[in-house]
Design a binder for this molecule. Structure first.
Ligand SMILES: Cc1cc2nc3c(=O)[nH]c(=O)nc-3n(C[C@H](O)[C@H](O)[C@H](O)COP(=O)(O)OP(=O)(O)OC[C@H]3O[C@@H](n4cnc5c(N)ncnc54)[C@H](O)[C@@H]3O)c2cc1C
Length: 349
């Protein structure tokens, strides 16, 4: 039976990271006539998304086709998480919390001004002189700062909740490694490609580049704000288990997934300088984690057809996948709905 003739569409979402699970929820919400199967070789706790601190805070570059689309992705994502936050109760969603904090710089204010956050995050304002001087051992180094309230989405708690929602909505979960997207074409009418960095190999997409990151997680329940300093130094608290994530580094083009002691030392030194009370926390155990951000010069949201199956690409979120997953998934489902309407119109002619 052709895809257009079938009454219920069979949709495979490949990927169970933050992008895949957001996409699956969005398909179930907007296309109830679809049977959704999430296929992945890594699930809860094993994906890249699980390691990210999960602060909602995009960089200021244009990651979509243009600035308007990029802003829409940020706005749609923020609304999605804010809605979940507002209706949070004992049954979840888990891992989503409101957190306020600072972006500081030793440089010009343009280094920390964030046009995306300015348009969606509440309380966005310049840091006061008192706030600037309070937060540094080397006080003279911090000369500008922005304060705002944002959301931390901890994927290691949020993704298991999302997966349960998908199965509660009738979705199916399959643990399987695929060697090519084509292999799914005979069993599915639509395939969502949310494979993150693996899309480089699956799609022979040479626009994909890893950006290596290393972070440290330590118990410090007294730290209740997030801090950024000159881009790469950051401290992001978890409100759920009293840990903080200390970062970081960005090694463009590196696919080395081994933790580096020199990086650890630098991260600890920079974070303690920013929040000296962390020195106390480091007397206890801490863990070190390395991940490769799936960077693409532009996030790929596009439909191609292989053997009559619509392949909806949704990957390349770089260092901002947790932030952008709901907005880009909404865009991907918008494209799919237009595609299905065109397909239905052409078969009825
Ligand atoms: C150190 C660090 C800190 C970060 N901090 C933040 C942050 O604070 N905020 C933020 O917004 N972002 C952050 N990020 C970025 C974020 O982690 C990524 O953008 C996001 O996790 C990408 O999600 P994804 O779903 O595309 O990929 P992934 O989480 O990698 O998921 C990919 C999925 O595809 C599946 N898959 C891949 N290939 C196959 C195959 N062949 N067969 C079957 N299944 C397959 C995998 O099993 C997995 O389930 C950080 C990243 C790093 C490295």
């Amino acid at each position: 039976m052709s895809c257009a003739a079938r009454s219920r569409k069979r949709v495979a979402v490949v990927g169970a990271g933050v992008v895949g699970l957001n996409a699956a929820l969005e398909i179930q919400r907007r296309l109830p006539g679809c049977d959704v199967t999430v296929i992945a070789d890594k699930f809860n706790g094993e994906t890249l998304s699980d390691g990210a601190a999960g602060l909602f805070r995009p960089d200021t570059y244009i990651f979509g086709p243009d600035v308007q689309t990029s802003r829409k992705w940020v706005k749609d994502s923020y609304s999605f998480y804010k809605n979940l936050l507002d209706k949070k109760d004992v049954d979840g969603p888990y891992g989503i919390n409101s957190v306020s904090g600072y972006a500081f710089t030793s440089k010009d204010p343009s280094f920390i001004m964030n046009h995306y956050m300015e348009h969606c995050a509440p309380n966005y304002r310049d840091a006061t002189e008192e706030e600037l001087s309070m937060h540094s051992e080397t006080k003279s180094k911090i000369i500008n700062g922005i304060f705002c309230t944002s959301i931390v989405i901890e994927c290691k708690r949020f993704l298991p909740w999302a997966l349960k929602m998908i199965t509660d909505n009738g979705g199916t979960i399959v643990k399987r490694k695929i060697e090519s997207l084509e292999e799914l074409c005979k069993d599915y009418d639509i395939v969502f490609n949310c494979t993150g960095y693996a899309a480089k190999k699956l799609c022979k997409d040479y626009n994909m580049t890893p950006i290596r990151g290393q972070v440290i997680r330590v118990k410090a329940p007294w730290v209740d704000k997030f801090y950024y300093y000159d881009g790469d130094t950051y401290i992001i608290p978890s409100k759920e288990d009293g840990t903080v994530v200390l970062g970081g580094c960005r090694h463009f083009g590196s696919n080395n997934e081994t933790a580096n002691d020199r990086n650890t030392e630098e991260i600890l030194e920079n974070c303690v300088r920013l929040v000296p009370s962390l020195r106390e926390a480091l007397k206890t155990d801490y863990s070190v984690w390395v991940g490769l951000r799936p960077y693409r010069n532009q996030i790929r949201i596009e439909i191609e057809t292989i053997n009559g199956t619509a392949i909806v690409h949704n990957y390349g979120h770089g260092g901002y996948g947790v932030t952008l997953a709901p907005g880009t998934s909404k865009h991907a489902v918008d494209l799919l709905i237009s595609y299905l309407q065109t397909e239905a119109a052409s078969t009825s002619e």
